[in-house]
Design a protein around this ligand. Structure first.
Ligand SMILES: *Cc1c(COP(=O)(O)O)cnc(C)c1O
Ligand code: SF4
Length: 342
């Protein structure tokens, strides 16, 4: 595959992949540290042997790779996907299940923590592997992965009239093929007390080709109010293709929100966060949450202190309209909602 120029314009053979279908993007993803380093012209020292890669392999589709500047070890997109040796020496307070999610699994694949809304773990598959991911050790193999095995989950939602909103999460729910997604949405649509369907996904960002006409058709044919929470950490993730995919979602009447994770070296400065917020508003996306990093094994090198996070939010508040300032939150196991830090 060809390396792309820094302004995001594909050169050579890469251009076909950039225009390819989302499934081709997944198939063509880079799954190997050596290959990632070669594609991005990174120095040899980045190709160290890292044990954590065995549990959580490299995974970067071409459409995302094209937004990473070659030969720049500090690129804010690269840092999100590049395994580093620090992952193998995690401090003791970084654990496998930092949010104690296993305690909230009332049925395999369903997390019911907060009033009125339940989260469905629809798949363990993602279109990218983010090194800071708090679910990088989640027991996905215990979650249902077909419509048949979703039946008990759907029955549980049907039986609980207090649930108004279902969140599809994962993994990434938009890695499901359309037929499965359609069936799941239809099943949820037929539960009378449900009002809203929220999809937590990074796919419109990572592989914007996922926002197809068929997907939009499916999303607009349910009576449920659709909400997307996308996940962008840095403004450089929004290229033209992402912008147009977001516009197609917004113009279909879908509410769009963004969540970011505060990540050392990626977005832990006011300028980066301000640029991101401004660009999100241009793309009709409301900055929703800025998450304090969850202390998951392998992610300690991304940690930013809460003190610093609060200071950044104060700088954002001084520079931006109120609607463009995300809530800085942290999740504490056992609380009735996420906790707002600033
Ligand atoms: C974060 C989360 C939600 C959604 O919380 P909001 O504050 O409504 O965005 C729901 N369920 C679970 C298990 C969550 O972790
Ligand atoms: S896309 Fe989301 S769930 Fe998947 S690895 Fe990244 S942060 Fe984790």
């Amino acid at each position: 595959m060809a390396i792309l120029t820094t302004n995001g314009v594909p050169v050579g053979a890469g251009s076909e992949l950039i225009e390819s279908s989302w499934q081709q993007q997944i198939k063509a993803a880079i799954r190997d540290l050596d290959q990632l380093c070669i594609e991005l012209k990174l120095p040899q020292k980045f190709r160290a042997k890292i044990d954590a890669v065995n549990q959580f392999p490299v995974f970067v589709p071409p459409a995302y790779l094209s937004r990473i500047r070659p030969a720049d070890p500090r690129d804010p997109l690269l840092l999100q996907v590049l395994p580093v040796i620090d992952e193998d020496t995690s401090p003791a307070d970084f654990v496998l299940d930092p949010l104690a999610e296993s305690a909230s699994i009332t049925q395999p694949g369903i997390l019911h923590k907060y009033a009125g809304r339940v989260l469905l773990v629809t798949t363990g598959v993602c279109a990218i592997h983010c090194r800071y991911c708090f679910r990088r050790h989640f027991p996905y193999e215990q979650s249902p992965n077909s419509t048949d095995t979703w039946r008990p989950t759907l029955d549980q939602i049907s039986a609980d009239g207090s649930i108004e909103e279902v969140l599809l999460s994962g993994g990434d729910p938009l890695t499901l093929v359309d037929a499965n997604l359609r069936r799941l949405i239809q099943n949820l649509d037929s539960i009378p007390h449900l009002k809203r369907l929220r999809i937590h996904t990074r796919l419109p960002i990572v592989v914007p080709q996922r926002v197809t006409d068929e997907l939009l058709d499916m999303l607009t044919s349910t009576r449920l109010k659709l909400i997307f929470v996308v996940h962008i950490n840095h403004v450089q993730e929004i290229d033209q293709h992402v912008e147009s995919s977001l516009a197609r979602l917004a113009n279909s009447g879908i509410l769009l929100f963004n969540q970011s994770v505060l990540l050392r070296g990626v977005n832990d400065n006011a300028e980066a966060l301000i640029q991101l917020s401004k660009r999100l508003i241009e793309c009709q996306v409301v900055p929703y949450y800025l998450h304090q990093l969850d202390k998951v094994v392998g992610a300690a090198h991304f940690e930013v202190s809460i003190e610093r996070g609060k200071q950044l939010i104060a700088e954002l508040r001084a520079a931006l309209p109120g609607y463009a300032v995300p809530r800085y939150v942290r999740e504490f196991p056992g609380q009735a909602s996420k906790t707002v830090l600033a």
